[in-house]
Ligand binder design. Structure first.
Ligand code: GLN
Length: 244
């Protein structure tokens, strides 16, 4: 009798603590493999999902990932529909005027992908000057494309931009290199190649409202803990099969 009472109490306590667990909502745009994409059950998976869940684990919060268009992420944080956004978001001065960023967690950079048949035509980024270029809307890739040309088509997703490149609607896709590389390696489609030049170096950060400095602190503390306990290195190896 006593034992069953104890069990009942334990179950009640654990239900209580589950109900109490804090859940934070993070926005992402899940067509950006390997950082965020969906599995066959439409669950968001990828590097960023693993990182934010690992941070949640050491900082004591549950993570709910919300999939939405890339250009809706910062507005979602500003209007408090999201607690944060993790979507391979480059830390830029312009964005930092609107929102706060966590410490950087990934080093990337922009490059261009072209059709293989144009490999000798476009050996440098400069050779794409004034051409019709493609990019995802609201991204640093789109900004770089606009630096080279006034004729830039902006698409909701990177796969849409690649489709446009394939059907000759543009001459190149400007986008984050790790995502381009993953795309070239995993899509068994050899109709594309990279222009062998990186435009710049960029770093990714997690976006939070400037009104929530406490969350920035927790994310940075979590990032440090998962670096120290080896989880961060494991996640990097899982998705890139290399050391950081
Ligand atoms: N890193 C790029 C940016 O922040 C692209 C991000 C993305 O498309 N998810 O603009």
């Amino acid at each position: 009798m006593k034992k069953s009472l104890l069990t009942a109490l334990l179950v009640a306590c654990s239900m209580y603590s589950q109900a109490q667990a804090e859940t934070l909502k993070f926005g992402t745009e899940a067509t950006f493999a390997p950082f965020e994409f969906t599995d066959n059950k439409s669950e968001v998976i990828g590097y960023d999902a693993d990182i934010i869940r690992a941070i949640g684990e050491v900082e004591g919060f549950e993570v709910q990932i919300v999939n939405q268009p890339f250009d809706a992420l910062i507005p979602g944080v500003l209007t408090k529909q999201l607690d944060g956004a993790i979507a391979a978001i480059t830390i830029t001065e312009e964005r930092a005027k609107q929102v706060a960023f966590s410490d950087p967690y990934y080093k990337a950079g922009i490059n261009a992908v072209i059709r293989r048949e144009d490999g000798l035509k476009y050996l440098t980024l400069e050779s794409l000057k004034d051409k019709r270029l493609c990019a995802q809307i609201g991204t640093t890739g789109a900004n770089v494309a606009k630096h080279f040309s006034k004729n830039v088509g902006e698409y909701n997703t990177v796969p849409d931009a690649f489709m446009e490149l394939k059907t000759k609607g543009c001459e190149a896709v400007f986008n984050d290199r790790p995502v381009n590389l993953y795309f070239l390696i995993t899509k068994k489609d050899d109709s594309f190649v990279e222009v062998p030049e990186l435009y710049n170096g960029e770093e990714y950060g997690i976006v939070v409202s400037k009104k929530n400095p406490e969350l920035v602190k927790r994310l940075n503390s979590g990032l440090k803990k998962i670096r120290d306990n080896g989880t961060f290195a494991k996640i990097h190896k899982k998705w890139f099969n290399t050391e950081e």
